[in-house]
Write a protein that binds this ligand. Structure first.
Ligand SMILES: Cc1cc2nc3c(=O)[nH]c(=O)nc-3n(C[C@H](O)[C@H](O)[C@H](O)COP(=O)(O)OP(=O)(O)OC[C@H]3O[C@@H](n4cnc5c(N)ncnc54)[C@H](O)[C@@H]3O)c2cc1C
Length: 498
C-alpha cells in the first residue's frame, strides 16, 4: 500500500488547518478561513458540496444533481489559501496530528496544526443494515439518483405488467419510512408525481391509483415541529392522497414488501417494491475514532460529546461540528453545522492572531421548514407557526439563498417554475447503472477498488513494458550496425553469405 504526504501549498511555516468534509460544516468552515493567515486543506470523500435538503427533488425528477452538488474545487478556486483533496478519511492520529485519507487504495497523510472535523452522519437502520439493500436512504447524490431510477422504473415496470394483464399493485405502492421533514417531503412529491405529473403519460396503468404510504413508529408527523403543525401536515398529506400510518414499527422488509407491527399488536405485510428509508441517522464513524483517543463520550447515534467551545477534551486544536456532535441537544440541521464551523474558524483565526478565546458556542435557531407539496409548506420560526402558501414562499426564498452559486440558483428557479406552475419534471432521466450499481459494488469485496489496478501496479506494468521495449530497440540498433559494418545492407537475404 503506497502512501504520500500532502503538504500544504505554502512552503513557509504557516499554520496548517485541515477540514474534514465538504458538507455544510466543512465548506462553511473552509470559506470562513479565507482571510486568515493559514493554509487550509479540505479533505472529503466526494468532490462536491451537497445541499442535502433538496435531495428529494433530485430523486423525484425536479432538479438535476449539479444544481444541488456543485464542485467544491470550483467553489474554493478563488480562495488562494485553500486546497482540496479527494479522499475518505480512514484515520485521525491526534498524537501525531495527522489525517490519513484513502481513494481506491491510494493513501494520503496530511499533517495539521488545527483540525475541523465535519464528517456528518449516515442513514441508520437501527441495527438492521440489511434493510439498506431494498430500502435505500437519502443521504447522497448516489442515493437520490438510485431512488429516481427506482421510482420512475416502478411506473415503467407497472405499465409492462399491466400490458401482460398482471396485477401490478406491488409496483404502484410506494412506502416512505420516517415522518420527519425528509419523509414528508418525499411522500408529498411521490404523490404529486403519481397523481399529477405522470397522469397522462401511461396507457395501461392509471398512475392516480398509486398508493403512497408514509409510515412512522412515532405517534405524530414532524415531531420537532410540535403537535399543531404535525396535525396540519398530516391533513395536507392526506388531501394529497398520502396514507399516513403512525405508531407503526417496521419489523422486516425484502425486495417485494415490508412487514409492520402496530402498537395494538396487529401485524401487516405491505406489498411494495419501492421503499425509501428516511428514519434515523448515525454519526460518522470518525466520532468513534476520536472518542477512542480522548475518552470523549458517544451517544446512541454515535455523536461525540464536545466541550462548549466545540473542541475535543484535551485537544484544543481539534474542533468537531455539525451532525457529529452531541452538545446541549442541538438538532442535526444545516444551521448547527454552518454556525459551528464559522465559530471554529473564528477560534482558529483568533489563536493564530494571538487574540484571547471566544465565549462558548451559542446556537441561534433560525427555525425549521418542510414542504408538503407545491405551494404548501409548514414552518416554525421562534414562536411563529406558518402554514400553506406563505410558508412555501418562505421555504422557496430560503432555499434559493442557500443554494451555492448564481448559475445553480437560476437553473433551480427555472426547474421549480416548470414543475410547480406546470406539470413537467425536467430531470426524469434514469439509467440501469443508477438502479443497480450500488448493489453490484457492494457485492465486490473491496468495492470500487476491486475494479482498478492496485496502487503502483499500473506504473510497474508500464515500467516493465518500457524496459522490454528499450531492450528490443537496442537489439534492433545493434543489428542495424552489424548490417552496415558487414556490408550486408541493401543485399537480398538469399545472396547474403552465411
Ligand atoms: C435528505 C435530507 C434532508 C435534510 N433537510 C434539511 C432541512 O430541510 N433543513 C436543515 O436544516 N437540515 C436538513 N438536513 C440536515 C442537514 O443536511 C445536516 O444537518 C447538515 O448537512 C449537517 O452538516 P455536516 O457538515 O455536519 O454534515 P454533511 O453536510 O453531511 O457533510 C459531511 C461531509 O463529510 C464528508 N465525509 C463523511 N465521512 C467522511 C470521511 N470519512 N472522509 C472524508 N469525508 C467524509 C461527506 O462526504 C460530506 O462532504 C437534511 C438532511 C438530509 C439527509
Amino acid at each position: 500500500m503506497t502512501s504520500v504526504s500532502a503538504g500544504t501549498r505554502s512552503a513557509g511555516n504557516r499554520h496548517r488547518v485541515v477540514v474534514i468534509g465538504s458538507g455544510f460544516g466543512g465548506l462553511f468552515g473552509a470559506k470562513a478561513l479565507r482571510r486568515a493567515d493559514v493554509d487550509v486543506t479540505l479533505v472529503a470523500r466526494t468532490s462536491h458540496h451537497l445541499f442535502q435538503p433538496l435531495l428529494y427533488q433530485v430523486a423525484t425528477g425536479i432538479l438535476s444533481q449539479g444544481e444541488i452538488a456543485p464542485s467544491t474545487r470550483e467553489i474554493l478556486s478563488r480562495q488562494q489559501n485553500a486546497q482540496v483533496l479527494l479522499g475518505e478519511v480512514v484515520d485521525i492520529d491526534l498524537e501525531a496530528r495527522t489525517v490519513t485519507s484513502d481513494v481506491l487504495g491510494r493513501k494520503t497523510v496530511t499533517p495539521y496544526d488545527s483540525l475541523i472535523v465535519a464528517a456528518g452522519a449516515a442513514q441508520s437502520y437501527f441495527g438492521n443494515d440489511h434493510f439498506a439493500e431494498d430500502a435505500p436512504g437519502m443521504k447522497s447524490i448516489d442515493d437520490a439518483l438510485e431512488l429516481r431510477g427506482r421510482i420512475f422504473g416502478a411506473f415503467e415496470m407497472a405499465e409492462l405488467g399491466a400490458l401482460r394483464g398482471e396485477n401490478v399493485d406491488h409496483l404502484l405502492t410506494f412506502v416512505v419510512v420516517g415522518a420527519g421533514p425528509t419523509g414528508v417531503e418525499m411522500a408529498g412529491q411521490i404523490a404529486e408525481l403519481a397523481h399529477r405529473t405522470l397522469k397522462r403519460d401511461f396507457r395501461a396503468i392509471n398512475t392516480r391509483h398509486a398508493r403512497v404510504i408514509l409510515l412512522d413508529a412515532a405517534p405524530q408527523v414532524l415531531p420537532p415541529f410540535g403537535k399543531k403543525l404535525g396535525e396540519h401536515t398530516k391533513k395536507d398529506l392526506e388531501k394529497l392522497g398520502v396514507e399516513v400510518i403512525l405508531g407503526a414499527m417496521v419489523t422486516d422488509l425484502d425486495e417485494r414488501g415490508i412487514d409492520v407491527a402496530y402498537k395494538d399488536g396487529r401485524t401487516e405485510r405491505i406489498v411494495a417494491v419501492t421503499k425509501i428509508w428516511a428514519a434515523g441517522v448515525q454519526a460518522s464513524p470518525l466520532g468513534r475514532t476520536l472518542a477512542s483517543q480522548t475518552g470523549a463520550p458517544l451517544d446512541r447515534a454515535g455523536r461525540i460529546g464536545v466541550n462548549p467551545d466545540l473542541t475535543l477534551p484535551g485537544h484544543p486544536e481539534v474542533f468537531v461540528v455539525g451532525d457529529m456532535i452531541a452538545l446541549d441537544n442541538l438538532p442535526g440541521v444545516a444551521q448547527v453545522a454552518i454556525q459551528g464551523a464559522k465559530y471554529a474558524a473564528k477560534s482558529i483565526q483568533r489563536r493564530v492572531d494571538g487574540k484571547p478565546p471566544q465565549p462558548p458556542f451559542k446556537y441561534f435557531d433560525k427555525g425549521s421548514m418542510a414542504t408538503i407539496s407545491r405551494f404548501k409548506a409548514v414552518a416554525l420560526i421562534g414562536r411563529f407557526r406558518l402554514t400553506g402558501f406563505v410558508a412555501w414562499v418562505a421555504w422557496l426564498a430560503l432555499h434559493l439563498i442557500y443554494i451555492t452559486g448564481f448559475k445553480s440558483r437560476l437553473t433551480a428557479l427555472m426547474h421549480w417554475f416548470v414543475s410547480f406552475l406546470g406539470r413537467g419534471r425536467s430531470e426524469r432521466t434514469t439509467t440501469e447503472q443508477q438502479i443497480y450499481a450500488r448493489a453490484a459494488l457492494q457485492r465486490l469485496r473491496g468495492g470500487a477498488a476491486d475494479l482498478v489496478s492496485a496502487p503502483g501496479a499500473y506504473d510497474r506494468a508500464q515500467e516493465i513494458l518500457e524496459v522490454t521495449r528499450r531492450a528490443e530497440l537496442e537489439a534492433r540498433a545493434m543489428e542495424e550496425a552489424r548490417l552496415t559494418d558487414s556490408g550486408e545492407r541493401g543485399q537480398r537475404p538469399d545472396s547474403v553469405k552465411a
